[in-house]
Design a protein around this ligand. Structure first.
Ligand code: BG6
Length: 506
């Protein structure tokens, strides 16, 4: 780990939830680990009126509440590096005040022009703030680097994503843009790369000759919480599939990069996006399933249905569950189905990639529980991060009965060190200027292009069902129909890496 260049980190939307829960605690963790430079300042920017001291007090309690690192001895030192300015985001004149404040901080702290602008704001401001920043010259890199970090959603559909791209690239270069997809910052998603490309045993099997299908799940047990207003205009496809799940799929499917250079890795990821077979309009119904959670009772607690949630239209047609089947048309993956699913109010919180290998060509032994034994490699992203290999073993006894057993590795066994949060990793990389784990323009556009027929069809075709599923279940049963091979089903993972099957904790 290297200590980074002196810089000023500016967070727009500084009074918001993300700043409090994720960004400032992540920066504090970097500070405690001595990964921030001596000369560093954090400037919070939002509409609210605060003095520096008031904002510092708010951030101090946020760190105490949401810190990701035990050490609290350095909170005051860190807090003293925080400043605040109120800005009306759409008023050009206030950006001059922002520029002056920045210059004053630079002079006081003897920092050059290196600046990061993190937009933790509603997406409607993604084109407005960068334009105003450039109108006062804050995109110019004469006196130091300038980087712009934006959070998803990067557009609402293909058209809006293209517009956003045009607006951003009018004043900023691709190299200055860092699009956060926090799944890419997860340690275990990066470990997928290492598992694949540092082991001689997996890579030779990692192709259509040995793999039957790939299954990617991101299940959440929570509902939409307080985010109904945002979520109702988004839905599971835009919220999770367009970004997180397709990115994870791309890492599982990519070719080995020629080096660890950001460009080399990102080029390979892009090639996967470019190779995903488009879903034809007429195939949407058989390739994508949507659902919405209904009220139910879990452990005697009444759980409201999606349409009863705060901020949600009582007649909402927004999906809280999406499952998709697609193919990657290249030599490695030709004919191998990829199944991905995500949903809110499922039985547990779990994200994993499962590689299902082909069965043996001939079944010599009887199968213990009546299943056809197929080897599975489960790469667990969260929780209980780790890797599990399932394979057939002889059941002790006179007969040749075979049962599936687990060989598992838990990430927590590797070291007693804590796993850094996704934001900690991504903020660190953004300061370092390493864009490997950030989504680049072409990937984002390819992902929207791929999903466009599904988005269109779900919006316009009233015949495409939106299936209800009781909160706390694994989503619409209809999702089983996506799976071509009727001998197999989705995996039903549980919170613990090694326990799975129909049991899951409720
Ligand atoms: C966010 C989505 O990007 O990811 C949320 O907007 C979702 O709806 C969250 O809950 C899931 O992230 P994680 O890291 O908890 O799996």
């Amino acid at each position: 780990m290297i200590k980074n260049d002196s810089h000023i980190y500016i967070i727009f939307g500084a009074s918001g939830d993300l700043t409090k829960r994720k960004l400032v605690p992540a920066l504090y963790s970097l500070f405690v680990q001595d990964l921030l430079p001596e000369k560093f300042a954090l400037l919070g920017v939002s509409r609210s009126q605060f003095t520096d001291d008031e904002f510092r007090a708010g951030m101090k309690s946020a760190i105490n509440e949401f810190k990701e690192i035990d050490n609290v001895t350095k909170i005051d030192d860190f807090i003293n590096k925080i400043y605040y300015i109120s800005v009306m985001f759409d008023d050009a004149s206030t950006y001059l005040s922002l520029k002056q404040r920045l210059e004053q901080l630079r002079i006081n702290m003897n920092i050059n022009g290196n600046t990061l602008f993190y937009l933790s704001t509603p997406p409607s401001l993604y084109s407005i703030i960068p334009r105003h920043l450039s109108s006062v010259g804050l995109n110019i890199q004469d006196d130091g680097w300038k980087r712009l970090i934006i959070e998803k959603p990067f557009g609402y559909d293909l058209e809006s994503a293209i517009n956003l791209k045009d607006q951003l690239l009018h004043d900023w270069t691709e190299e200055q843009l860092f699009r956060i997809d926090h799944y890419l910052g997860k340690e275990t998603v990066q470990n997928l790369l290492v598992t694949r490309f540092s082991n001689g045993i997996f890579e030779p099997l990692w192709n259509r000759n040995y793999i039957h299908h790939v299954e990617i799940t991101s299940a959440e047990s929570i509902g939409v919480e307080k985010r109904g207003g945002y979520y109702d205009g988004s839905g599971a496809l835009r919220d999770m599939v367009q970004n997180h799940l397709l990115q994870v799929a791309a890492i599982a499917a990519m070719e080995s990069p020629s080096s660890l250079e950001p460009l080399a890795i990102r080029n390979e990821i892009l090639k996967v996006f470019q190779s995903i077979r488009p879903i034809r309009k007429e195939d949407v119904k058989s390739s994508a399933i949507r659902g919405q959670y209904l009220a139910s009772t879990i452990k005697n607690e009444k759980i409201p249905g999606y349409r009863e949630e705060e901020g949600v239209d009582p007649d909402s047609e927004t999906e809280t569950y999406a499952a998709l089947k697609f193919y990657i048309d290249n030599w490695r993956w030709g004919g191998v189905p990829f199944y991905i699913r995500t949903g809110k109010r499922l039985p547990t919180r779990v994200s994993e990639v499962v590689i299902h290998f082909n069965t043996t060509p001939h079944f010599l032994f009887s199968q213990g529980a009546g299943h056809i034994t197929s080897n599975q490699l489960v790469i667990r992203i969260q929780p209980d991060e780790g890797i599990l290999l399932k394979f057939g073993m002889k059941t002790p006894g006179a007969a040749f009965d075979v049962q599936n057993v687990n060989m598992d590795f838990h990430y927590s066994d590797l070291s007693h060190q804590r796993i850094p949060s996704a934001y900690e990793r991504l903020l660190y990389d953004s300061i370092k200027g390493d864009a490997t784990l950030f989504a680049r323009t072409e990937e984002v556009l390819e992902a929207w292009k791929f999903l466009s027929p599904v988005i269109e069809c779900w919006k316009n075709d009233k015949d495409v069902p939106l299936y209800g599923y009781p909160a706390g279940t694994w989503g619409p049963e209809k999702a089983d129909d996506l799976i071509e091979d009727k001998e197999i089903t989705w995996r039903y993972p549980c919170k613990n890496l090694s326990d799975d099957g129909i049991y899951c904790e409720l």
